[in-house]
Design a protein around this ligand. Structure first.
Ligand code: BGC
Length: 466
């Protein structure tokens, strides 16, 4: 079934998205919401899991991070799967895995079964992290593509924030004994609701027209393009897509040429830099950092929620500016702002004024990330590769992103406690490293990334071929 939801209306540059494109993008972005929901659900559950299964520190680490292993597995095959079987089936696979994992992680009697289903959920996160932005980029008209893909980031951050509240609510339903036995089960089971909605709504979403055209189904592609943006736009877009396919056929090597290798490297570098600039240190360890800075447990939790709210609010700025100002200015100014805030956090940590300064600069850092590096990295990754290899190329870049995430989240506690160098810097050392990577990011974007604002995916592809 391919039809949905609303009568097509044409969009022209300068006008907003039609109801149709907005609705199918929101459905695809539910994949992003589940990405956020499923990564963050563990934060509220880990304490209860620890008591219930009597976990030692090593097992605690494994239970908390096993989903990351699943993410890496998921992105490893998601690209090939999506190039072969289509974007829509890839989203369905992610939805099914989220659903299965919610059941499996809420019922287990032993920790091994829990971890197996948590890894399965991680596979879903990995797949959705690349498939949702890629699908949205491929269905969106060029002049609103950045805005539509940024919606996915908005959904990721919403998922993180929603699950904080869901966890808080569930934990409040019983006493300590009940929490240890059941609260964590309900936390994971709650994922059935968003994943069930995602699976149901995906039934109404069409396959990406670019994938259809690439796979010999141009007639179906044309129908979807017309629904998205009207007949006239559909004809033009179809012609450009077919020219790009023809070009790919004639110069099959162009897609795999050394230039493309460079492009892949650029994608991998941007993806890794989104992580090594430190975002998830603050999202995963934020509560601990606040406690160290002198906050009480409740104040630390409240500050964590404020971080989530600022993250969400400033993503809206990216949604509204990414197609007007462009990808490059947002990325460059955002990473410079993040770097400046990190240096300020480092200086505060060194001079012992931690509590007073930390929240201010940390919120500044989060705001800069949310309006630039957070959403725009995904926008760029979903649009810079040629259609023929987009799935696989995005898989490779996203693999680099999750690997970098794993390295950063594993090394932060080590850097924070073990290195003697750190004591020299009074816990400021990791922040200076992340600040250094912010400078690298600004430089690479400035020097190597072309501006893709307002250009069709086919125009971007031709740019690289030249
Ligand atoms: C990043 C995630 C991060 C999230 C939070 C995403 O763009 O890829 O690693 O947790 O933003 O805002």
């Amino acid at each position: 079934m391919t039809g949905l939801m609303a009568e097509p209306q044409a969009t022209a540059p300068g006008r907003g998205p039609s109801a149709y494109i907005l609705l199918i993008s929101i459905v695809a972005a539910l994949g992003g919401l589940l990405f956020g929901y499923d990564t963050a659900v563990i934060a509220g559950a880990i304490g209860f899991l620890k008591t219930h299964f009597r976990l030692d520190p090593a097992m605690q680490g494994w239970v908390a991070s096993s989903a990351l292993l699943g993410c890496v597995i998921g992105v490893s095959f998601a690209g090939l799967f999506s190039d072969k079987f289509g974007r829509r089936r890839t989203l369905l696979l992610a939805g099914a895995l989220f659903f299965l994992s919610a059941i499996g992680t809420s019922l287990p009697r032993d920790v091994a079964i829990f971890v197996i289903f948590r890894i399965l959920g991680g596979v879903g996160i990995g797949i959705a992290s690349m498939a949702s932005p890629m699908y949205i980029a491929e269905i969106s008209p060029a002049h609103i593509r950045g805005r539509m893909v940024s919606l996915n980031q908005f959904a990721i951050v919403s998922g993180i924030l929603i699950v904080y509240f869901v966890n808080y609510f569930i934990a409040g339903l019983g006493d300590a004994a009940w929490q240890t036995a059941y609260a964590w089960r309900w936390m994971f089971a709650s994922g059935l609701i968003p994943s069930g909605i995602f699976l149901a709504l995906l039934q109404f979403v069409p396959e990406s027209p670019r994938w259809l055209a690439e796979n010999g189904q141009s007639d179906k592609a044309l129908v979807t393009l017309a629904k998205i943006d009207g007949d006239e736009h559909a004809q033009k877009e179809m012609q450009a897509i077919e020219e790009a396919i023809e070009f790919e056929k004639q110069s099959i090597n162009a897609v795999y040429a050394p230039g493309m290798r460079g492009l892949l490297l650029l994608g991998m570098a941007l993806a890794a830099l989104q992580q090594v600039t430190g975002i998830n240190v603050f999202l995963y360890y934020g509560t601990e950092i606040f406690k160290k800075a002198g906050a009480t447990v409740n104040a630390a939790l409240a500050e964590t929620v404020v971080v989530g709210i600022v993250n969400l609010a400033f993503t809206v700025i990216a949604v509204y500016t990414v197609d007007k100002l462009g990808r490059k200015p947002l990325l460059i100014f955002g990473s410079i702002g993040m770097g400046a805030c990190l240096v300020a956090i480092g200086i505060a940590a060194q001079s012992g004024h931690v509590a007073a300064w930390l929240l201010l600069f940390l919120l500044g850092y989060i705001a800069c990330f949310a309006m630039s590096v957070g959403p725009v990295t995904w926008v760029v990754l979903s649009e810079i590769f040629p259609t023929k290899i987009r799935g696989r190329a995005m898989s490779v870049a996203t693999f680099s992103l999750w690997t970098a995430n794993f390295i950063v989240s594993q090394t932060f506690p080590m850097m924070d406690s073990n290195l003697s160098l750190v004591h020299l810097f009074h816990h400021a050392f990791p922040f200076y490293i992340y600040a250094g990577f912010c400078a690298v990011m600004a430089l690479i974007v400035w020097q190597c990334l072309p501006e893709t604002k307002g250009r069709t995916l086919e125009e971007i592809e031709m740019h690289w071929a030249k």
